[in-house]
Design a protein around this ligand. Structure first.
Ligand code: C2E
Ligand code: CA
Ligand code: CA
Length: 540
């Protein structure tokens, strides 16, 4: 594009002068020399003594007329130049405004994301330089926007931007707004200690009361830090690291800072993979039922099994419920997993002699679903497994979590002949009132009572047994590990026992083998479950 510069008017003036000088010199040359030569050449008469004054008048007249002839175009040119100068100034202003818009965030005036990345790239291209990228995300900005309106929210962002810019300019940092309430800064700094101090004072500066809002309102921020070349060498990589660190800091409690930790990333990836595999395993019905024997007391005869979930992971080996049940729950797959466990367990149980019961653990979420009784019944019906052989175990917490739903579900189950046990009795909040109001058939005394170090085992067991007898409920004691405890339970009138003394949880095949080896009603189960080679002890 052609540019009109202020030099143009000087050029115009020198053009005028040069024209006049040329006319002056040429007319002089003509009058003093060329005229004589030309007339001589043409053979015309020439008066060389013509008055000198006359010649000079001619020269000046020519020059004068030329000057007059230049006045109109000169004025026009001057006007044109003035117009062009004005247009040029306006164009320059517009250009710099659009340059600035393309480079800066329109609200706060800080650099935008693109320019931040460009500048960071330039910095990272310098070898051996250490750089830290900080992502600064405001905490609870949305409530400020919602409470005070967007105009105030904008003011807050601008005020924070000014604070960050001030803070950055003292530390040769480049500051930008990445979008929303997210800011970024890169600093020529490679020491974690210094960066920790910087982050602390940055948080302090951000946390000072805001002047844009009446009252003593303040806001906090969470900072994630990525360091080059330690964490990543590219702007994209560094921003990602800082971002991950920021999210981690948010999770651990806001108003704080966090450095990127490579291990954390790996753990996150592994956890995500574990979750994916788990969902797949649930869908493929690969979660396996293990069976822990329940015996009657005092004769220790096998009466049934509790179904306990296990997952055979191809790399990690046999997974216990505490490693995957909470994830299944979070993924909302608990019903799917439990129904499939029940189906698989029934398939085994149908091949066993006698009328042994199966106990299935059920969560609060499942209890809240009013279709639970029907779904359980349809599984039992399809397998031709008597309803009376199924027990459902619910924890106190599940019951108290949603009492009306629990009440409905328990009644519906009982109406169909499925019995209900209260699991982990004594560990949660259970008003005895609830127990009497709900359709509960049996309580399972938590294993923690079997060895109470404070009050003494015997007294606690007797007290809990007296309570359950008073409520006229059947009782199972969990976690029975010694003969001594089995004896105390038997004397106290406990109906059933479950624990390593009688058998650890075992696979269906293991139960098949044990039962095939020994006729069920001729011996107490303990004799069955603990064969001479004691293989069952190592099942889990
Ligand atoms: P829970 O229902 O209280 O199951 C009893 C737990 O105590 C089992 O642990 C069992 O292995 C363990 N145990 C049994 N006897 C003894 C003993 O004598 N001493 C000791 N120290 N422990 C004993 P497990 O199999 O690891 O299950 C843990 C919990 O996971 C279960 O506690 C239950 O809350 C949950 N869970 C397991 N499978 C399922 C399931 O299919 N669905 C649901 N919702 N929860 C399940
Ligand atoms: Ca249980
Ligand atoms: Ca239990």
């Amino acid at each position: 594009m052609h540019r009109f510069t202020p030099h143009s008017s000087a050029q115009a003036a020198s053009f005028v002068l040069a024209t006049l000088l040329t006319v002056f010199v040429l007319s002089g040359l003509w009058e003093l020399k060329l005229e004589g030569w030309t007339t001589a050449l043409l053979g015309l008469s020439y008066e060389s003594n013509f008055e000198a004054a006359e010649r000079w008048r001619f020269i000046l007249t020519s020059t004068g007329f030329s000057a007059l002839a230049l006045i109109v175009p000169g004025v026009r040119i001057a006007r044109l130049l003035a117009i062009q100068r004005k247009a040029f100034a306006a164009l320059r202003a517009e250009q710099s405004r659009s340059d600035s818009l393309a480079r800066h965030d329109s609200l706060t005036g800080l650099y935008n994301r693109r320019v931040f990345i460009e500048t960071l790239d330039q910095r990272l291209a310098v070898p051996h330089e250490k750089t830290a990228v900080l992502i600064i995300d405001l905490d609870r900005f949305k409530p400020i926007n919602d409470t005070y309106g967007h105009a105030t929210g904008d003011k807050v962002l601008c005020e924070i931007a000014v604070r960050l810019a001030e803070f950055g300019s003292n530390r040769s940092a480049t500051v930008a707004r990445l979008g929303g309430d997210e800011f970024a800064m890169f600093i020529p700094e490679g020491s974690r200690e210094t960066l920790a101090l910087i982050s602390e004072s940055l948080l302090q500066k951000i946390g000072a009361p805001l002047s844009g809002i009446s009252g003593n309102v303040s806001i906090s921020a969470t900072i994630g830090i990525g360091m080059s070349p330690f964490d990543a060498a590219t702007s994209e990589g560094l921003l990602k690291c800082a971002d991950h660190a920021m999210y981690r800091a948010k999770k651990m409690g806001k108003d704080s800072y966090h450095f990127h930790e490579p291990h954390y990333d790996q753990e996150q990836k592994a956890a995500a993979q574990f979750e994916e595999e788990l969902a797949y395993a649930v869908a493929k019905e690969e979660i396996e039922p293990y069976f822990q024997p329940v015996v009657s007391l005092p004769d220790q005869r096998l009466v049934g099994f509790e179904i306990l979930a296990r997952w055979r992971h191809h790399d990690r080996g046999l997974q216990m419920p505490d490693t995957f049940i909470p994830i299944v729950e979070r993924l909302g797959l608990m019903p799917e997993m439990s129904f499939s466990l029940l189906k698989l367990a029934i398939a085994h149980a149908l091949t066993w002699p006698g009328e042994m019961t199966l106990a299935l653990n059920v969560t609060v979420g499942m209890l809240e679903d009013s279709t639970l009784p029907e779904r359980l019944c349809s599984i039992l019906e399809q397998a031709n497994f008597p309803f009376s052989r199924l027990e459902v175990e619910v924890t106190e917490q599940a019951l108290v979590g949603n009492l009306p739903a629990a009440r409905r579900a328990l009644h519906a189950l009982r109406a169909r002949g499925i019995s209900v046990s209260l699991d982990d009795f004594g560990t949660g909040y259970s008003g005895i009132y609830h127990l009497t109001q709900l359709a509960i058939d049996k309580i399972k005394i938590d294993r923690s009572f079997m060895n109470d170090p404070v009050l003494g085992r015997d007294k606690v067991i007797s007290a809990v047994l007296a309570l359950s007898k008073g409520l006229k409920m059947l009782t199972t004691a969990e976690g029975v590990e010694t003969d001594e405890v089995a004896k105390i339970l038997s004397i106290g009138g406990c109906d059933f026992g479950q624990g390593y003394l009688f058998g650890k949880p075992m696979s269906g095949m293991e139960v098949d083998r044990v039962l095939a080896r020994t006729p069920l009603n001729t011996l107490g189960f303990r004799a069955i479950a603990l064969p001479s080679d004691n293989t069952l002890q190592s099942v889990t």
